[in-house]
Design a protein around this ligand. Sequence first.
Ligand SMILES: Nc1ncnc2c1ncn2[C@@H]1O[C@H](COP(=O)(O)OP(=O)(O)OP(=O)(O)O)[C@@H](O)[C@H]1O
Length: 258
Amino acid sequence: MAPEYAVSVPHPPSPTVKRPEPAEHAVVVDGVSHAYGGVEALCDLSWHAPAGAITALLGRNGAGKTSVVEMAEGLRRPDSGSIRVLGAEPWNADAAHRARVGVMLQDGGLPMGTRPLELLRHLASFYAEPRDIDELAGALDIPTFNRTSVRRLSGGQRQRVALAAAMIGRPEVLFLDEPSAGLDPHARRDVWDLVEAERERGASVVVTTHSFEEAERLADHVVVMNEGRCVVQGSLADVTDGRSLEDVYFDLTGKGTL
Ligand SMILES: Nc1ncnc2c1ncn2[C@@H]1O[C@H](COP(=O)(O)OP(=O)(O)OP(=O)(O)O)[C@@H](O)[C@H]1O
């Protein structure tokens, strides 16, 4: 709790001085509110993603998951509140910060005219120490459809390319928006193995998902959002407390719970 001062503090810290985040938090969302026109999407939202862990962000359609993740990626700026990723404000961050962050968007955002490996090689050229492309692409079976342009790939194939693109620069923080939605069971398992390997090498991963199976398999830390607010967060064990994540989720996000 903030200390109470009997008199005003004579020399408050300059607003330009960045206070470092606790090392254990890769992402800190603090009191964020945002409206699109008249639609209040985020309302005094606060949660964090521990460093070196996988955080699953769950919530109903329209709960605000993509909005807050896009802000953490620097694509959008909230009306109020603060977001820090690796201690920096994402929408003001420089190229060096962006190189430390990997992003997989829900719609892929990939250039349509290229072939998968050509695209990955091009992206790798932007990094000093990119991952081994053949190894990464092989783990996601990308060579089996490399003769096809991104435009003509199936949804699941495109998703695998988007995931590889997000991982190629060995990011310290990785944002994955529904990484396994629509994937076949083999591909889903490949994606989960890769995400776990990212954690093993020390990356912090934030995964939005509608899959309880995915969250229970991957997540160290769970955040449940409802109507733009965080309704619970904590370790998977603390949040579920012996119940299934599904039961806890329905209790917290049912109509009329807020
Ligand atoms: N660009 C936008 N313009 C207007 N409203 C928007 C915009 N983006 C999101 N919204 C609204 O903000 C709210 C939160 O949307 P958001 O996409 O963040 O939810 P979500 O939790 O990611 O949903 P889903 O699970 O369906 O992906 C919704 O009511 C949505 O309609």
